[in-house]
Write a protein that binds this ligand. Structure first.
Ligand code: MN
Length: 190
């Protein structure tokens, strides 16, 4: 995952530079320690999904902006098959494919998440106004919203305000996949 670490490192450095933030300021804004941010920038340590979300929220950017190269500026974006990414060794039961990275005009990004059997992935609250649309593609998943795990089968979905702790899990013995379409409340700088 050297490529991913490199993209994340470059993105964070770019965001800090654009905002004129020191590591101290970035730590304050994101809630991620200065030491950890430094390690991520030097590619000595790779962030978990939870840490990436803290960074995205603190910098008021999108999740995909941190893990993808700049999308081409075009009215038509072709989606090719891509290997699902494991973001961090501790997130070994969640794989992420960015289908369409963050779009500034729509304030939307689209992912596919693959949950391996036994996966339970919890997320802290995102920025107020972030809406997630979860649609199951294959298998069965459960989504934690308002403190309750909701079962979803293939073809079923859930839309929820993600400014609260939430989660996704796969209690079955088969891999399960879902689309996650994330809408942000306002345009991002990057
Ligand atoms: Mn989320």
């Amino acid at each position: 995952m050297k490529d991913l670490s490199k993209i994340i490192s470059l993105k964070i450095k770019q965001l800090r530079q654009e905002r004129g933030w020191s590591l101290d300021r970035a730590a304050q804004e994101t809630g991620v320690s200065k030491a950890m941010l430094g390690q991520i920038e030097r590619q000595e340590s790779s962030p978990t999904i939870a840490t990436l979300w803290k960074i995205a929220t603190g910098f008021q950017t999108s999740f995909s902006a941190l893990i993808e190269n700049e999308p081409p500026h075009s009215d038509v974006i072709l989606l090719r098959k891509e290997q699902p990414k494991q973001i961090h060794p501790t997130d070994n039961k969640v794989k992420v494919v960015t289908l369409f990275p963050f779009d500034k005009a729509l304030n939307v990004e689209m992912f596919r998440l693959d949950l391996l059997p036994g996966c339970e992935h919890l997320s802290l609250a995102h920025e107020t106004g972030v809406i997630e649309h979860v649609i199951v593609i294959s298998g069965n998943i459960e989504v934690l919203v308002n403190g309750r795990w909701q079962k979803l089968a293939k073809g079923e979905g859930l839309r929820f305000a993600a400014n609260q702790p939430h989660g996704y899990r796969n209690t079955s013995a088969k891999i399960a996949s879902f689309h996650d379409i994330i809408h942000y409340p306002k345009a991002k700088k990057l």
